[in-house]
Write a protein that binds this ligand. Structure first.
Ligand code: TSB
Ligand code: ZN
Length: 589
């Protein structure tokens, strides 16, 4: 999709279309007041205050019609420049415009307005010459948006739209939107019974249904084995901590706005934890360590709670209750490079296993000039940053350097992915930390007997099981590799009367081999059951009729393929076991 913000012509077109939208809304809803109407990556929006009236999706067509009518008039779009004083007078009845004017830079003594027909809006421009140029547009959706993005403010209505130079480009855009909708994990998650939400549980608190729980369990087993082989030690720690714990870690001062409020129980004041680092610091500190013991890798599949804005929560991708695939690695300063390399290698290894290719690395570094944000130890920062760069170059991975984006406690590497809908998100992360071990007074005894402070690497390979599951559902469009699929084999007897026994026998054989299998013994036509198997995206559908029963064979069809293959039942068992055990990707079947 073209980035509208980066294409000057499309940007002007979309911005002008936002004005056209406002003009049409003003005709239909005379009480409307307008906040801002910017161009975004994939079109434009306008935030509107309708004084209590609510615009629904079905109203968009009516607004669109009015827009077409306004555009047809072919009014010239006229720019006018006025003084700040005159602008304040002109818009005196519009608190939103007054707010905008007052927020303008002192240097902006001249303010521009654009008028088309009966509609004038405050705007820097530029715009198209006449409204006639606005022909190929579409309104896409409407949602609530707090004024200035602050939940304490009034809820405005945000109408989204898009505008192109020609109909073909618009059609192409709408097709991509439709495809993205189909690929959205919220739709797949619902269609395949993977997760649900309920108001009684709360926003951003998804419930994993049996199918989702099966997927998650496979992910857990998979990464647990990888980590165990790499020398990780897994722990279980409570998903609450006292406020004092988070004061010690510094989260209480620096991360409080992302935390749920505290609760008092007897004499203790608890918070639901937003991160697991403090608990793992205490686990490390529970025993004495020599330099010989390091690196020490403490892992946990740990539940965390974070306050995410209600407008930001999204399916499994952005939740308020999440489970991190977390670990904290305690290393000597000399071990930073080697350990970081192991983490990046693990990330690459895992992404390879899942066949993921659409991701990018982002290395966040400090801004050397910003002495306030970053703790002042240039030597330590330089060494660490150089080491991370070195490792990435050695591994031959491409990465983007984001200067000034490091946390105050150290540089980090993130893996970014693009969901079907919405902006990029971080999946894996590896963050260096020089401060936290100090705050917890952690140490190890060095070669010379001195007491040294370890460096910590925070890392999450899947990020959270929640976000990773969302992503993998979108990447595979719900057609998961067999080892992850909740049901791996669907056995379909051609005719229940004659073939159900054989189907049940095959089911038992497969089950004994650890395969997740179901028999579709409903009294429905074969075609119907096959279609259903496809809708459920089950990797293998077995079709068992007379020939299969009499010859003790199996005919199977792989999801998304046309052909049916017939093999002996022993051969099939061997085959499916190999597919599952080697975690074969669907494209390699
Ligand atoms: C890696 N303390 C570190 C940890 O040791 C930490 O918490 N890092 S984090 O804040 O970046 O979170 C780890 C990962 O959790 C992120 O990379 C991201 O993939 C995932 N994540 C963060 N917020 C959410 C959320 N609201 N919903 C789902 N996943 C999330
Ligand atoms: Zn951490």
């Amino acid at each position: 999709m073209i980035n509208m913000k980066e294409n000057e012509k499309l940007s002007i077109l979309n911005h002008s279309c936002a004005h056209l939208l406002a003009q049409a809304v003003k005709h239909l809803y005379p009480q409307a007041k307008f906040w801002v109407g910017p161009v975004i990556e994939d079109g434009f929006y306008y935030d509107i205050d309708l004084d209590g009236e609510v615009i629904k999706e079905e109203d968009l067509a009516v607004i669109e019609k009015e827009m077409k009518k306004c555009a047809k008039d072919g009014k010239r779009i006229i720019r006018e420049e006025i003084s700040k004083k005159d602008a304040l007078e002109k818009f005196k009845d519009d608190p939103y415009k007054i707010d905008l004017i007052n927020r303008m830079d002192e240097s902006e003594t001249i303010i521009s307005c654009y008028t088309q027909g009966d509609f004038t809006d405050l705007c820097r421009g530029p715009h198209v010459e006449t409204t006639k140029e606005l022909k190929h547009f579409k309104l896409l959706k409407v949602s609530g948006a707090y004024w200035k993005g602050d939940a304490k403010n009034k809820m405005l209505q945000r109408i989204y739209g898009v505008c192109y130079e020609n109909e073909e480009d618009l059609e192409e855009h709408l097709k991509l939107i439709e495809e993205a909708k189909q690929r959205d994990h919220r739709k797949i998650g619902k269609d395949l019974d993977i997760f649900m939400s309920h108001d009684l549980v709360g926003k951003g608190m998804p419930l994993w249904l049996p199918n989702g729980a099966l997927i998650r369990k496979q992910l857990e087993n998979y990464i647990y084995e990888k980590e165990r082989k790499l020398g990780y030690h897994h722990v279980y720690t409570p998903c609450v901590g006292t406020v004092d714990l988070y004061k010690t870690s510094g989260h209480w001062d620096h991360y409080k706005e992302n935390m749920f409020p505290s609760m008092k129980v007897d004499e203790e004041e608890f918070v639901l934890r937003p991160m697991n680092c403090p608990h793992h610091m205490l686990v490390y500190g529970n025993s004495l360590h020599s330099y010989r013991d390091l690196p020490i890798r403490i892992g946990e599949f740990a539940t965390d709670f974070r306050y995410e804005a209600s407008g930001a929560v999204k399916g499994l991708e952005r939740v308020r209750c999440m489970c991190q695939n977390d670990a904290h690695l305690f290393v000597t300063p000399e071990q930073i490079g080697e350990e970081f390399k192991k983490v990046v290698s693990l990330i690459l290894d895992v992404y390879h296993d899942f066949g993921l290719e659409n991701y990018s690395f982002r290395l966040s570094l400090r801004d050397k000039e910003d002495k306030e944000k970053y703790f002042d130890d240039d030597k330590m920062w330089d060494e660490a940053e150089n080491k991370l760069r070195e490792v990435l170059n050695e591994l031959g991975v491409d990465y983007f350097e984001a200067v000034g984006e490091a946390a105050f406690y150290g540089p980090k590497l993130d893996v970014e992915v693009k969901p079907a809908v919405g902006p990029e998100v971080t999946l894996s992360t590896c963050q260096l930390d020089f401060l936290l071990p100090r705050r917890f007074d952690l140490s190890y005894i060095d070669k010379d007997g001195s007491r040294q402070v370890p460096v910590v690497l925070h890392r999450a390979i899947f990020g959270t099981f929640d976000r990773f599951t969302a992503f993998i559902l979108e990447e595979t469009k719900g057609s998961l590799p067999s080892w992850l699929a909740p049901v791996q084999v669907n056995v379909i007897p051609v005719n229940n009367e004659y073939h159900l026994d054989y189907a049940s026998e095959i089911k038992e054989l497969l089950e004994n081999e650890g395969i997740r299998v179901e028999v579709d013994g409903r009294n429905e036509k074969l075609g119907y059951k096959m279609r259903e198997s496809t809708i459920r995206k089950i990797p293998f559908s077995l079709i068992l009729g007379n020939s299969e029963r009499d010859n003790q064979t199996i005919s199977y069809r792989i999801y998304g393929r046309e052909e049916t293959t017939t093999v002996s039942k022993e051969e099939f068992i061997k085959y499916i076991k190999e597919v599952v055990d080697t975690k074969k990707l669907n494209r390699d079947l």
